[in-house]
Design a binder for this molecule. Structure first.
Ligand code: ADP
Ligand code: MG
Length: 686
């Protein structure tokens, strides 16, 4: 008996070599194979008569092979040719480098061909078509809508399809249903075996849609079930600190050199409302880049400290932590609040010193990186935990910091604007506040997308800005997804600029491999205006604030996603000067052009993230690198919003019925979720 867990080598035609190819796409068992979903389909049911074919298009033809196939040698290449006829005409079919086809096609037999039609020296040819023999006795299974998979070069679609077929014949009936019947009935979902089969080989559009709906539902459903399990234990209504209003908060707000935007005011109110209640606060503050989240953090810290507690703020990088430290010190020290910095690059002695002061409450507010969550660090009276740009942290890390106090309040800040529906899934455990307004007087950042032939004009423009006293960011071209190459690229690019273009200006570079201290020194010199042009890989993406910088040049802009471009652009336009973002790209593909267009047309982070969702394929949104969530293989968060809501509803109903999935009818579901999420909670960063 063959089982789903058996190796694919139990199929006919798969030996060690093909196994290696399959392993490249993470397929080693029959189950993996069956779950490897098509990326697209080809409709072979739309047959075109030879007299009606269109040159230059891909077409499907049904006909008889009317000449004996011939192999013709052209240099090293062998070309196989034969004539195909139907009732309306004939055409030559041509294949390159597949000499064995000569013996495959038998004159007088019928086949279906799908391929591109070309004109070649006056004769019309069908090029490198895929083909299938028509079996007159049994109307073919394989002619209709055919799946297309993302495969390594050496694997043909045809072969791969046949393996999937074989797997179904062998183990298709072993697929274990794990969605409870009541859910499938309520939301009219097909069963697992049906859905998986018809997602590979849909008889028609209806079968396809039925199959797809179930699989989309399944993905959303599992994702949310898993997230909720991870979030268990973060109970919203746990007893916490009940803070009292403090006059100093009003004084502080009055003492600011600007007045708060009404969005900032609204969010501050929401935070205070939470803090005045006897429960712990778990709140997410979403605000676009430059919307002024730091001052909101300062106000929150002030309130906590004036109530006699300590506060901490964790940032994802040392550069950011140091920057926050400077800013918060400036804000808080006039109110007699002692601030401390705790980052990895401090000496052991310095760290011990800070730790000592945290224990004795001689520091009120500590700002730092991951260094904050080390076991050795402890507080006298931690009452507030803030994490900034938190998509870099894991839930686990946030909780570790939380556990250093007795039910402290938690504030999470993010500059990644995401549509509300999505936020509700990803941050299910948090209440959400949105700063949906930028401080007044900000000039719109002018954004241009240009080809690299504009380079000289760009350099000229940069010099003009520097001569006015402004500063420039340049994001260097990315060669490959390799750190060593990236490093090389940033160094070469910088020396080229320094030696040949900007000989009289001060240039420096930053990259991910630099020591925190080095990075900090460079950033420091940049913020003091000593460095005029800062060349960087994307390490400056998050949070840095240098209001005097007015131009952001992004080389190879097509390599970046929309949200990333938006974050990068957010580094300029932070002061009173008109700022510019210049996207250099020679890419001509549709998605790249669309991205450039969106960037030049809007600076609204929410709009951009919505477009980002639209332009990305399914799955992309949860790039596993970032948070270790299982990828969405088929669902598209944007287009399948309706199903997403159903899945959300189903999760809630299920958890009311059987919160710990103990009922027998939920046994397989429980297993499935555990398998999917077994390793994620360590890396999961929400
Ligand atoms: P982000 O939300 O990206 O963290 P910051 O807190 O760094 O934004 O603020 C960006 C800039 O806007 C800072 O220079 C800050 O001083 C300024 N800023 C913040 N709030 C206001 C406001 N209400 N009016 C004017 N400027 C403000
Ligand atoms: Mg910030």
């Amino acid at each position: 008996m063959i089982s789903l867990q058996d190796s694919v080598t139990s199929l006919k035609g798969i030996g060690t070599q093909r196994l290696k190819l399959l392993e490249q796409i993470q397929i080693s068992t029959l189950e993996d194979l069956i779950y490897y979903l098509p990326r697209n389909y080809e409709d072979w049911s739309q047959v075109t008569k030879i007299k009606d074919i269109i040159i230059g298009e891909k077409q499907t033809i049904e006909g008889i092979v009317s000449t004996t196939p011939q192999n013709i040698r052209k240099g090293k290449l062998i070309i196989t040719k034969c004539k195909i006829e139907d009732s309306t005409g004939s055409i030559w079919a041509v294949w390159y480098g597949q000499p064995y086809l000569k013996n495959y096609f038998k004159p007088g037999e019928s086949y279906v061909f799908t391929g591109k039609i070309n004109r070649y020296y006056g004769s019309i040819q069908l090029i490198s078509s895929e083909y299938e023999k028509i079996d007159m006795n049994e109307k073919n299974k394989n002619i209709g809508i055919l799946p297309i998979y993302t495969l390594p070069q050496k694997l043909s679609q045809k072969l791969f399809r046949s393996w999937i077929q074989q797997s179904f014949e062998n183990v298709g009936t072993n697929l274990q249903e794990f969605l409870p019947l009541w859910i499938r009935q309520q939301y009219e979902l097909a069963d697992i075996a049906y859905s998986i089969y018809h997602i590979h080989f849909p008889k028609d559009k209806e079968h396809f849609l039925t199959a797809r709906k179930r699989l989309v539902f399944e993905e959303f459903f599992l994702l949310q079930m898993g997230l909720l399990q991870i979030k268990q234990g973060i109970d919203k209504k746990t007893k916490g600190i009940q803070y009292k209003p403090k006059k100093d908060v009003e004084y502080f707000i009055k003492s600011l050199p600007y007045s708060l935007t009404s969005a900032q005011e609204k969010v501050v109110k929401e935070i205070q409302k939470d803090m005045f209640l006897p429960y712990t606060m778990n709140r997410l503050v979403q605000g676009d880049v430059g919307s002024g989240k730091t001052v909101v953090a300062a106000i929150t810290l002030l309130l906590a400290v004036k109530n006699g507690y300590q506060g901490s703020m964790m940032a994802p990088t040392e550069v950011l932590a140091r920057q926050h430290y400077e800013t918060l010190r400036m804000f808080l020290e006039p109110f007699n609040i002692k601030c401390g910095l705790l980052v990895g690059s401090l000496t052991k002695k310095q760290k011990e010193n800070i730790n000592e002061k945290l224990k004795n409450h001689r520091i009120d507010v500590v700002i730092g990186t991951h260094a904050l969550i080390q076991d050795s660090i402890s507080f006298a009276n931690l009452g507030l935990v803030i994490t900034d740009e938190q998509h870099r942290f894991g839930v686990r890390q946030r909780m570790t910091l939380t556990q250093k106090g007795k039910s402290p309040d938690v504030l999470v800040m993010t500059a990644t604007p995401i549509p509300r529906t999505l936020a509700l899934i990803l941050y299910g455990d948090l209440d959400i506040s949105i700063i949906d307004e930028l401080p007044p007087g900000r000039q719109q950042i002018k954004t241009y997308a240009v080809p690299s032939s504009y380079r000289n004009r760009i350099y000229h423009f940069i010099k003009e800005e520097i001569n006015k006293g402004r500063q420039i960011y340049m994001i260097c071209p990315m060669v490959e997804e390799s750190e060593t190459l990236e490093l090389q690229s940033v160094i070469e690019y910088t020396s080229h600029l320094q030696n040949e273009i900007f000989t009289n200006y001060k240039i420096a570079y930053l990259h991910g491999k630099m020591k925190a201290k080095e990075k900090h020194d460079i950033m420091e010199q940049f913020s003091q205006g000593i460095i005029q042009i800062l060349v960087s890989t994307t390490v400056i993406e998050v949070g840095v604030n240098v209001p005097n910088a007015t131009i952001m040049v992004i080389e190879n802009a097509e390599r970046f996603g929309l949200s990333q471009l938006h974050q990068l652009r957010g580094r300029v336009g932070r002061g009173k000067y008109q700022s510019y973002c210049i996207l250099i790209s020679d890419a001509k593909n549709k998605i790249a052009l669309e991205r450039m267009k969106v960037m030049t047309e809007t600076t609204d982070g929410f709009k951009i993230s919505e477009m980002d969702l639209k332009l990305r394929g399914p799955g992309d949104f949860f790039g596993t690198k970032q948070h270790g969530l299982p990828d969405l293989k088929i669902a598209n968060i944007y287009e399948d919003m309706a199903v997403l809501k159903q899945a959300q509803e189903a999760v809630l109903t299920l958890l009311q019925k059987d919160p710990f999935l103990q009922h027998e009818e939920h046994y397989f579901l429980n297993q499935k979720i555990n398998a999917l999420f077994q390793n994620t909670d360590e890396v999961l960063a929400l």
